[in-house]
Design a protein around this ligand. Structure first.
Ligand code: GUN
Length: 293
């Protein structure tokens, strides 16, 4: 039976370290890191995320600035808000919640954020920094996955890593991070031939496709470490919905060496890493050495 990787407990530890770093910054430098979160429209899932981000930002001792705009907001209006936040010295991190309504080009908005305030790590400059090994802000969910993997396995060098999913938010930055750790990395996706066989080669299997329980246990190499990024809502008993991952947990846990559950695995790590990135950005903006590990 696989070890269950407790992302919830790990994320709490990260948030505690962030809180301690914030106290030190306030005491020694009179600096309180600030995070601005922008939500356009009324998407219920996004509203929940944004609320949780604001709550956890305040709990870590940081300033939280929430901007809620109607779903009729134009790109010009949103770009004007981004400019205002770029210029605000109390704002060290800016996150524009995705997806954005159709009338807004999300690439244009992301690339208008000052890259040094881009705590999502989605700006082209940060993508370039990550892929060339320069220091910068790294996307939160893949960063959280990497932290869990290093905690579980220590040195990752030489391991076969398979990332299923090629999104800009998770799959591609995850692959870049694993490559930087000297893994042999394969990015698989919906057009990959013999996906099952590709997955069976993985010492590290990261599932980020957004399809409920698509990866069964017999695609998992015995002893592999499985990181399930999927958060899918499916019909459960008595008409209630429940959350499942991209991996079929019940069959995979019988084969894997270690596996993240859904919920309580990768999910809580995302906001913890967002808080960490905000502290990193605040330190960099003020010429303060950053050490949160
Ligand atoms: N929507 C889903 N995940 C994310 C994320 O990590 N960042 C932002 N900005 N929006 C998201």
């Amino acid at each position: 039976m696989a070890k269950r990787i407790d992302g919830k407990a790990f994320a709490q530890g990260v948030r505690e370290r962030v809180g301690e770093a914030v106290s030190t910054l306030q005491r020694d430098h009179g600096l309180t890191p600030g995070l601005a979160v922008v939500l356009v429209g009324e998407d219920p899932a996004s509203q929940v995320y944004v609320r949780n981000k604001g709550k956890q930002t305040v709990e870590a001792g940081m300033k939280s600035f929430e901007h809620k705009l109607p779903d009729t907001t134009s790109e010009t209006e949103l770009l004007a808000l981004v400019e205002q936040l770029n210029a605000d010295p109390d704002v060290h991190g800016i996150l524009v919640q995705l997806p954005l309504p159709d009338q807004i080009d999300s690439h244009a908005v992301i690339n208008a954020i000052n890259p040094d305030k881009d705590v999502d790590g989605f700006h082209l400059i940060n993508v370039g920094r990550l892929s060339t090994g320069a220091s910068g802000l790294v996307p939160c969910t893949p960063l959280g996955c990497l932290m869990l993997l290093k905690d579980e396995l220590g040195d990752l060098s030489g391991k076969n890593a398979v990332v299923v999913g090629r999104s800009n938010i998770v799959g591609k930055p995850m692959a870049a991070l694993l490559l930087a750790e000297s893994c042999t990395v394969t990015i698989a996706h919906s057009r990959t031939q013999d996906l099952a066989d590709v997955c069976r080669e993985a010492d590290i299997l990261v599932a980020a496709v957004g399809r409920p329980q698509m990866i069964p246990g017999d695609w998992v190499k015995p002893g592999a470490t499985v990181i399930d990024v999927g958060i899918n809502r499916v019909e459960g008993d008595e008409g209630k919905t429940r959350l499942v991952g991209d991996v079929d947990y019940a069959s995979a846990e019988a084969v894997a060496g270690a596996i993240t559950p859904v919920p309580g695995g990768v999910g809580p790590m995302t906001i913890a890493c967002l808080l960490r990135n905000t502290v990193q950005a605040a330190c960099a903006a003020n010429g303060i050495a950053f050490d949160l590990d």
